[in-house]
Design a protein around this ligand. Structure first.
Ligand SMILES: *Cc1c(COP(=O)(O)O)cnc(C)c1O
Length: 390
């Protein structure tokens, strides 16, 4: 019996291909993708530091975690196979039976449903307040039971602002953890606020090209270590190729978000001046909506604009989407191509009519995510769609 490659049969050699060693110091400009589930530990390698199995850790995935932690000015980061996996993993890690979580009805719909339905099954109670009445926060805290306040800013879909400093001050006073979903503003914003955990859907502007789902949580090392101990067993690991795609997307992140914010501002102004469009919400707009808090907390105003069409334009927001020729009807935001969705159909299913009315979600409301097309082309598409009328 032989144990040498030269003695192996052709088939065995195919299963174990030739390995090319890159000479030391001969550095590839793009890091390799470690597209491997398994790693053989070095016989006398450092305990606890070696890679072993990619659901637990992988060099390409770890590289992305460290890049994101640096950007978000936190000690560490964990990435997941979706934004929802990051949020639900975080909630399940921090909360246990008998605990209470405070959040707000102005939340990304899947997060709201998970809190209302799944956490309840595990005997974890919640209060869903409204960001419009943030002063009710302190009285919602149940001493000894409230463990976490989770919020978004600006919110999906209607760009409500959370008073972040106030939320943190109440939480600190009562020794409650704070997590923020900062997806709508992007990973470059809100990092000056000392929230315990910052969550992002990396599916959106971080990756930016609409071809990967991923999520991340950044925070202090000790807290993240605790979260990792639970989430490893939830199994929503990001695969190395997706981690690589996000890292590639991040190289053009600041160029993309800057240009998208400039275009979104022009589109928002156009919509705001249009007679057949009302309730335009964009954090950078002056006018009827009060965006002072968003302007104070954000350095740029993002790529998402929401608005309502008047009933003479189309029978519903859903129908209006089919008037558009350049802008596609689709879920998600923060991609290179502009996308639009009716907010009632996409986000309203679990809300009662009073909540919807107060939140500005109805049969005529839309959420537009501005991509990298030229502003004039987007405005021309909206104009022809509005002119079509029903
Ligand atoms: C999209 C989104 C998520 C969920 O992210 P996925 O990657 O789609 O799972 C969470 N929060 C907000 C605010 C989002 O927009």
């Amino acid at each position: 019996m032989s144990a040498d490659r030269k003695d192996w049969s052709g088939n065995t050699r195919l299963v174990h291909p030739v390995s090319v060693k890159v000479p030391e110091g001969n550095t590839p400009l793009i890091r390799p993708i470690y597209q491997s589930v398994k790693f053989t530990p070095a016989e006398n390698g450092p305990a606890g530091e070696q890679f072993f199995y990619s659901r637990i850790s992988n060099p390409t995935v770890r590289q992305l975690e460290l890049t994101l932690a640096e950007q978000m000015k936190k000690e560490d980061c964990i990435v997941f196979s979706s934004g929802v996996a990051a949020i639900t993993g975080m909630l399940l890690s921090i909360l246990k039976s008998g605990d209470h979580v405070i959040s707000f009805r102005e939340l990304y719909r899947p997060t709201r449903i998970f809190i209302k339905e799944t956490l309840t099954k595990f005997n974890i109670d919640h209060s869903l307040l409204t960001l419009k009445n943030i002063r009710s926060l302190e009285s919602a805290i149940i001493p000894g039971r409230t463990k976490l306040i989770h919020f978004e800013s600006p919110t999906n879909p209607n760009l409500e602002a959370a008073d972040i400093e106030y939320i943190i001050s109440v939480a600190k006073k009562h020794n409650v953890l704070v997590s923020m979903d900062g997806t709508f503003a992007g990973i470059h914003q809100h990092n000056q606020f000392p929230v315990d955990l910052m969550v992002h859907s990396l599916t959106k502007s971080a990756n930016g090209h609409g071809d990967v789902t991923a999520g991340g949580i950044a925070g202090g090392s000790a807290l993240l270590k605790k979260i990792r101990e639970t989430t490893i067993y939830l199994g929503a690991a990001l695969d190395p190729h997706s981690a690589y795609m996000i890292e590639r997307g991040l190289k053009t992140y600041s160029l993309r978000v800057q240009k998208q914010a400039q275009t979104a501002f022009r589109v928002a102004e156009y919509l705001n001046n249009h007679k057949k469009i009302k309730a335009v919400r964009y954090p950078g707009l002056c006018g009827p909506m009060n965006h002072d808090l968003l302007k104070k907390q954000m350095t740029d105003m993002g790529s998402i604009v929401t608005f309502e069409i008047s009933p003479e334009v189309a029978k519903s927001a859903d129908k209006f989407c089919y008037h558009l020729k350049l802008i596609s009807l689709a879920a998600s935001v923060g991609s290179v191509e502009s996308i639009i969705c009716p907010t009632n159909t996409f986000f309203g299913s679990d809300l009662n009519s009073q909540d919807k009315e107060e939140m500005g979600i109805n049969n005529f409301s839309l959420r537009l995510s501005v991509g990298l097309e030229e502003a004039d082309d987007l405005i021309a598409d909206l104009e022809q769609a509005i002119r079509q009328s029903q």
